[in-house]
Design a protein. Sequence first.
Lengths: 319, 319
Amino acid sequence: MINRYELIRPSMDKVEAMLKSSLRSKHRIINSAIKDLLESGGKRLRPALLVVCGNMGNKESPRLITMAAIVEILHMATLVHDDIIDDALFRRGVTTVQAKWGKDIAVFLGDYLFSTAFALITDNCPVENFGIITKTLQNICEGEISQYEDRFSTDVSRIRYLKRIMGKTAALFGLSCYLGAHESGCSGQQKSILFRYGISLGMAFQIADDVLDFIGDEQRTGKPKANDFTQGIYTLPVIHALRDKSLGPTLKEILQSFPLDKNDIKRVIAIVQASGGIEYSIDLINRYINRAVNTINTLPDNGYKAILIDLLDNIKPCR
Amino acid sequence: MINRYELIRPSMDKVEAMLKSSLRSKHRIINSAIKDLLESGGKRLRPALLVVCGNMGNKESPRLITMAAIVEILHMATLVHDDIIDDALFRRGVTTVQAKWGKDIAVFLGDYLFSTAFALITDNCPVENFGIITKTLQNICEGEISQYEDRFSTDVSRIRYLKRIMGKTAALFGLSCYLGAHESGCSGQQKSILFRYGISLGMAFQIADDVLDFIGDEQRTGKPKANDFTQGIYTLPVIHALRDKSLGPTLKEILQSFPLDKNDIKRVIAIVQASGGIEYSIDLINRYINRAVNTINTLPDNGYKAILIDLLDNIKPCR
């Protein structure tokens, strides 16, 4: 059986080299911090999507690798700034930029990554795609701001949560697919299909990530992370449990006793599980996955489409 | 006598309105924070430069107001992120975003301003100017990073200081002039002249601002701010004093006893003044001002050129 990922490996190696070369700086701290970031084992999901979709049409674009590097740099920029907000010490088991170098460097490193991405965009992207790129950046910011505004609010609706993760996460997945499709000469309809596939994948991906806060990532620690709700960020499983007539009021009471102690955290997780918040979320993940599969069912079957299906299989939270 | 500034007042009023409308957001916090920023009494120097230079050619551009708003939004974005680094509580006597709303909102507000500026740039700027805009953004980031890297270093050279403020401050002044000149149909030579004028003005402006750390702004408090060197940021007057054979070693010793107490601060200021560091800096300010005046001496005399001269007169530190 062939590992389908082999199809894009040569391109992904080039993306990695491009990331290294385009982020080289004359500043020692920047170079060290970027080296850490590049070696921290990101999955390179967004550039992979761009490369795969960049092979769905009939054109070979000389800009594909650069475009793939751009979406990863934008992602890295948002991660670095995110970690400041979260006061995160670790990401993917590696010390974050702000924990190692301080928030000052994290602020400017993020800005440096944004400005490098912007330079690459204006040098390489076709003008007709500037609109969707800048709109995506604004969506990401607005998603992050919504998340901050909603902290500690037990009244957040599911719709508001979905809108938030659409901006924060799914928009960049959609953009990656769209830009790849554009480069490979896909028709307007095909570009729209791959964009919507990316959005659905991104939604499923983020909900799955949010579920791990409660059930833990079995491949890693197996323990719930309890990162989000302890910081006042209420994701879908909590939002669902808060709507539960019998369990909701108790959950609300515990959440209001900020900061939560160990016992509170256990009780929150138990209530969320008892409310069916995990199953509800997994059900929604599956609906987004199915939607993504259906979205691309009219596209020709080939190795690249198979990767798009594989990617969907890989994002289910372990249960 | 006519106030020459009246010539550009109608345009500057439009810039103010454009800033308000283009930064309107659906997020309450963003709107409040932006309202604070807009009302905090910035001098709007960069958009004013753009508007003035936008009248130095023979073309009237419908995009001039938007372009002027863009340079101010970029400036605002860097200010908001700067204040995080400085842990600043006040700017221009007004509470900073990070002091009022927290560093989390400051990080995202800066990003939101950058992304809004990107969107306005890609929608409005001529493609041929993307290069100079993105290069300027990179220069600003690199200038800020250099400043951070050099903190507490008593070995920083004057050249390194000048390079730092070129990126941190002068680059955006130069860009503002260039973009305005481009819009008004100036020749390549005229654009280059106005760009260089902006760079010299920006250099003089930043050195003058750095001198105020030692002599105080008589129009405001009259007291030295002592903001920079107490945070390990050594600007031209300190760098000059550190090079003084008899005073340098003592100064170095005091600076190394971080954090500085009230007495240390007084001694640093006294040593810097005794070394002639203030006079040296003022001399350099005057050289940049003269260079700026000479740069534009071939341009036709008119009311707009007179404003460019006026602006230079206004940046001398009070002594």
